[in-house]
Design a binder for this molecule. Structure first.
Ligand SMILES: C[S@@+](CC[C@H](N)C(=O)[O-])C[C@H]1O[C@@H](n2cnc3c(N)ncnc32)[C@H](O)[C@@H]1O
Length: 272
């Protein structure tokens, strides 16, 4: 349900117009975006959301967007239970998530299934920047890879990924904690490498490309303005040239809007 419908009796028509209408629900935690002007009313807003959404037990507001190398953030508690951890279900997988100490977005569920649908039985897959494990676990559950190796720098996210792999009995998923620059060169080569780190992921193409087997696949994510979208494919081609690998771009998928005319884009490429 849209936030504006829920708050018709709490805010004026003018206030409703300037309130962001959508919000995320991760497990049983609703995460709202509350502009500063609404701060005096945020507890009332949280209370209405809690009272109207049966499956929601906690309501928080985003403080800042995810930031820093580990993509963490803080939230303000508005209503319900005092916690930031929850169990989130997606595509047959149950994920334990802490909405503060690690990145997780439920909006990427379609994209994760899209990647899983491309995987052929027996593939060895590398997920760089794997967080608490959504990409590796959705892949393991919805495709038939021989192995999925997941590499994540954030120690908290890695601990959750280990628990999530065990919880989902995903024996083909191997979670490793560390910097992809140090970990990936020792892992051998993969049929497919997934790079879900759109903020600065291009700085890691020199690590990802050598890890792709000949005629393997690469999925590179980027954040771009609408007019810049073709640049994502160019970045992969240029990195291919620098690495001495021929790159055939198979397509660019817009897999989400992250701001005004700003998009999350995935480049699917064949690396010869
Ligand atoms: C945008 S988040 C994606 C998390 C997860 N794949 C998801 O979709 O929910 C990017 C992740 O990359 C991790 N990261 C950043 N630099 C890294 C590095 N050098 N090596 C490994 N992981 C890194 C961050 O800690 C963060 O969890």
């Amino acid at each position: 349900m849209r936030l504006r419908e829920l708050l018709r009796d709490t805010l004026t028509a003018e206030e409703l117009e300037s309130l962001p209408s959508g919000f995320d629900v991760v497990g049983d935690i609703a995460i709202l975006e509350i502009p500063d002007a609404f701060r005096p009313k945020e507890t009332a807003i949280g209370t209405v959301v809690l009272a109207n959404l049966k499956h929601v037990k906690v309501v928080v507001a985003k403080d800042e967007p995810h930031s820093g190398e580990l993509r963490t953030r803080t939230v303000r508690h508005l209503a319900g239970e005092q916690r930031t951890t929850t169990m989130h279900k997606e595509s047959g997988v149950v994920l334990e998530v802490d909405v503060e100490s690690m990145y997780f977005s439920p909006r990427l569920s379609h994209e994760r299934l899209r990647i899983a649908s491309l995987i052929k039985p027996g593939e060895r897959v590398l997920v760089m920047f794997s967080g608490c494990g959504p990409f590796p676990l959705v892949i393991a559950r919805n495709a038939k890879p021989s192995e999925v190796v997941a590499v994540e720098l954030n120690p908290a996210a890695h601990q959750y990924a280990l628990r999530n792999a065990a919880r989902n009995k995903a024996k083909q998923v191997r979670c490793m904690q560390g910097d992809v620059r140090e970990v990936v060169p020792a892992l051998g080569s993969f049929d497919r490498v997934v790079m879900p780190h759109p903020e600065g992921g291009e700085d890691f193409l020199d690590i990802a490309l050598p890890a792709v087997k000949r005629n393997g696949a690469l999925h590179f994510y980027d954040f771009l303005e609408e007019s810049e979208i073709p640049q994502a494919a160019q970045k992969v081609k240029q990195a291919g040239n620098a690495a001495g690998r021929e790159v055939q771009v198979l397509g660019s998928t817009v897999c989400g809007q992250i701001g005004v005319r700003r998009y999350r884009v995935c480049v699917d490429a064949l690396v010869e």
